[in-house]
Design a protein around this ligand. Sequence first.
Ligand code: COA
Length: 332
Amino acid sequence: MKKAVITAVGHYVPDNIIPNSYFESRIETTDEWIRTRTGIQERRFAPDGMATSDMSVLAIEDCLKMRGLDKNEIDFIVVATVTPDHVFPATACLIQDKLGMKHPRIWGYDISAACSGFLFALETARRLVESGGSQKAIVVGADKMTAIVDPEDRATCIIFGDGAGAVLIEASDDDSVGIMDASLHVDGSGFQHLHMKAGGSAMPATHETVDKRLHYAYQEGQHVFKSAVKSMADATMDVMQRNNLTGSDVAWLVPHQANLRIIEATANRMELDKERVMINIQRYGNTTAGTIPICLSEWQKAGKIQYGDNMILAAFGGGFTYGSAYLKWGIK
Ligand code: COA
């Protein structure tokens, strides 16, 4: 069996920086409240007309540039997003067309697993690459959250931002690095606490659903917070125990950037110093499926990750979905 190795990373965040002060004149909030409750100082908003596929294309181009790889060598593309350009077709199709990828066997699709989406997509691509079904796969995590966040919902609109990250996964005969393991879960009983009420087959769009603001993300923050703290830490400990890892074996925790307090709770459970946790929530907020690949790309470019580093990726999101992955870094 082949090993699936991340061999390049890339990301894109919009230029438009939105500081916490932006919200002070629009909703009842303060910079101080947002910083202390979430750790967020600013986030990026994509301009009108820029869709999730457009951000993804820029992230993929950044990723392929790192590897010096021709786009036509990609044979599989999986996109994790809850903000697809359209209900159908899949954003993967639009990305393939916009990039002009011409591999004779390229195929792909979208995965809907909210903030855990990147981990779920990564595991899907890993299995495909390991089994020989793909030689070079692109995994994208991208969301334009401003498309589905209610600007009048003060507990939600301050959290989210827009952004995209992408990784290239290649098949390798060297099994000393690569994606080693993953522990992924769904718990649909969490649906009620985090979802979008209208726009799907359960409640198709009508004038009334628009008037009632039902096409925005609905969130019960406290419940989501508590579930995220427990589930992310449980999944992380599970994958560490299965692979006989302790905190001191882990070079980097790469957590989904939902709330600084959730990140800190996960790191504490792993007995990991903050210096070994990738944290950029203060600059980007929660970009949903984008958070983990954006972190990987930024840290790689800053030269902070060493070849062979043990890394634990962890996420929690709507569904509920949650999980963690263990990988040995394979970029020199
Ligand atoms: N500014 C000021 N006050 C606000 C506010 C804001 N932006 N948003 C909410 N509040 C108020 C609430 O209305 C509430 O007021 P009340 O006590 O008068 O009712 C008070 O702050 C406390 O609300 P609470 O929900 O208990 O705050 P919190 O400490 O849990 O923080 C979240 C709210 C949303 C930041 C936090 O629950 C969270 O991060 N949850 C997880 C969300 C998440 O990660 N979602 C993505 C899925 S991965």
